[in-house]
Ligand binder design. Structure first.
Ligand code: IMP
Ligand code: MG
Length: 194
């Protein structure tokens, strides 16, 4: 049996690893402990709403550490297109399926950047008569905030760089790296001839 799990090497488009897989795993466990304690004793299952696509790996790791009753739901929104700059114009691409009325809802996001996405989702869900709406993000990029959003759980704070891996992408690439790495935007732009 293979003992060492192969870690994909950094390509020339990546500057370096910001958060390694073990560190992510430890933090996800801590967040789950906190959630288990905060929602202890709830009657109706907690609805975890993963924001597609970036949150899918974080959500899968997190939910398997939860001991409180919960169900999984997804929503898909778009504010970026293929660019790396938020337009502030959030579009709902695919709505959730669970009825949120009377349930605690926890929005699971990969990263808080400008805040447009989470602000939109929180306001949207609040109209659906849930018991509460809270937010958890794996990463927070405070230097980029435009709209203030209250975060209930944060994995890590990252500097103002483009990060990829563990669900996060650049133009659909790098999502499945097991670590969070910094993308070399300059290198990419040079290659794209910009
Ligand atoms: P916001 O609406 O500007 O807060 O950003 C929302 C979305 O932009 C996030 O859910 C991510 O999908 C994407 N995003 C923002 N910053 C990054 C990054 O550094 N890497 C990958 N995706 C990002
Ligand atoms: Mg996202």
């Amino acid at each position: 049996m293979q003992k060492n799990i192969a870690i994909p090497p950094l390509t020339e488009d990546l500057k370096g690893v910001l958060i390694d897989a073990d560190t992510i795993a430890r933090r996800v466990s801590e967040l789950a402990l906190q959630i288990n304690s905060d929602y202890q004793g709830i009657k109706e299952p907690l609805i975890l709403v993963g924001v597609l696509k970036g949150s899918f790996i974080f959500l899968s790791d997190l939910c398997r550490k939860l001991t409180v009753p919960h169900v999984i739901d997804f929503i898909s929104v778009s504010s970026y297109g293929k660019a790396s700059q938020s337009t502030g114009n959030v579009r709902l691409l695919m709505d959730t399926r669970e009825n949120q009325a009377g349930h605690h809802v926890l929005i699971v996001e990969d990263i808080l950047d400008s805040g447009y996405t989470l602000d939109y989702l929180k306001r949207n869900f609040t109209t659906r008569e849930p018991k509460s709406v809270k937010t958890i993000v794996l990463l927070d990029k405070p230097e980029r905030h435009v709209v203030p959003v209250q975060l209930d759980y944060v994995g890590f704070t990252v500097p103002d760089v483009w990060v990829v891996g563990y669900g996060l992408d650049y133009a659909e690439t790098y999502r499945t790296l097991p670590y969070i790495a910094e993308l070399d935007i300059e290198e990419i732009k040079r290659k794209e001839g910009k």
